[in-house]
Design a protein around this ligand. Structure first.
Ligand code: PBG
Length: 325
């Protein structure tokens, strides 16, 4: 009985690429940016927990996206750091808020670049929670109205896709209704459907200045040991009208990604979050991992598990170094 000679198809690069099952293209990658509302037009502040990433003024964001667009950037995800925070996160849905200005700026310069906005209050509230506080708790239903206003203001400013990340129940339905009521029936919602209460968001909270001032996010974000709960969350979002689903974080939740891929027909996104980026960068900067190979392997794993596209802080690097095309 001849045994299986798996090595036959690995003998040369040409054979390996012939039978390769998963690819990563530039269209599969979205770059997140942190834009700060500041009068200092040259503002560019390195995020210490995320080597290579910066908080940017609107003008610096314009330069940064200009460079990335030349290298083939397909889309971006925007986070805003407002000039002032309050209890209700009102800068988040202000007509001339930082994200609203950023959307207009990008669409004026690069009309074809996909602009996705993160819809969540935590960067805008003085307490750092993703919803309004009532009786020392994050109040679900009163938050929906604010999230809807925020999504609507982003779309009016030119956002192509809105991505609610707050994890309030019913927000996809509320946002859909608000968009439709104002004639934006064609704007898709990318729901952060399956978002775990993860320690891997740690570096992001420095980047977005959004750490909660009291308590944590465990009453609204998902409990990491659960996967059936992920199916329930996705079911609810599909019923409410989500156009695309997301699993976040990505790397530590590939099993969840695969199950969602197999259970739902909607396009699926995965977020390789700040902690995943920082972990890889720390090992890379120590010389413990080969940079390009490790980055590509981490992203191909996410694609193999079922993600159609990935939000990743490595996007610009991969484009600039022609590691994806
Ligand atoms: C806002 C939001 C967070 C992330 C994306 N949107 C932080 C959080 O929920 O605390 C995390 C992204 C990352 O870690 O890269 N709610």
């Amino acid at each position: 009985m001849p045994f299986y000679r798996g090595r036959r198809l690995r003998r040369s690069p040409a054979l390996r690429t012939l039978v390769r099952e998963t690819a990563l293209h530039r269209e599969n990658l979205i770059m997140p940016y942190f834009v700060v509302d500041t009068p200092d037009v040259d503002f560019r502040s390195p995020i210490s927990a995320m080597p290579g990433q910066n908080q940017l003024s609107l003008q610096e964001l314009e330069k940064q996206i200009g460079r990335a667009a030349e290298h083939g950037l397909h889309g971006c995800l925007l986070f805003g750091i407002p000039a002032a925070k309050d209890e209700m996160g009102s800068e988040g849905y202000a007509e001339h808020g930082i994200i609203q200005r950023a959307c207009r700026m990008i669409k004026e310069n690069w009309p074809d670049l996909l602009v996705i906005t993160d819809v969540c209050l935590c960067e805008y509230t003085s307490h750092g929670h993703c919803g309004v506080i009532e009786n020392n708790d994050v109040a679900n239903d009163p938050t929906l109205e604010l999230l809807s206003r925020m999504a609507l203001s982003h779309v009016r400013a030119g956002a192509d896709i809105v991505a609610p990340s707050d994890m309030m129940d019913g927000r996809v339905g509320a946002i859909r209704e608000a968009l439709d009521a104002h004639g934006f029936t064609q704007t898709p919602i990318l729901s952060y459907s399956i978002k775990y209460a993860s320690s891997f968001y740690g570096p992001f909270r420095e980047a977005a200045e959004s750490a909660p001032k009291f308590g944590d996010r465990k009453t609204y974000q998902m409990d990491p040991p659960n996967w059936r709960e992920a199916i329930r969350e996705a079911d609810a979002d599909v019923a409410e009208g989500a156009d695309m689903l997301m699993v976040k974080p990505a790397g530590p939740y590939l099993d969840v990604l695969l199950r969602i891929r197999e259970t739902f027909a909607l396009p699926l996104c995965a977020y390789q979050v700040s902690g995943e980026y920082s972990m890889l960068m720390a090992a890379i900067e120590n010389g413990w991992l080969n940079k390009d190979a490790a980055i590509l392997e981490s992203l191909l794993g996410i694609r193999r598990a079922g993600a159609d596209f990935i939000l990743s802080y490595f996007t610009e690097y991969l484009l600039e170094n022609k590691l994806v095309r």
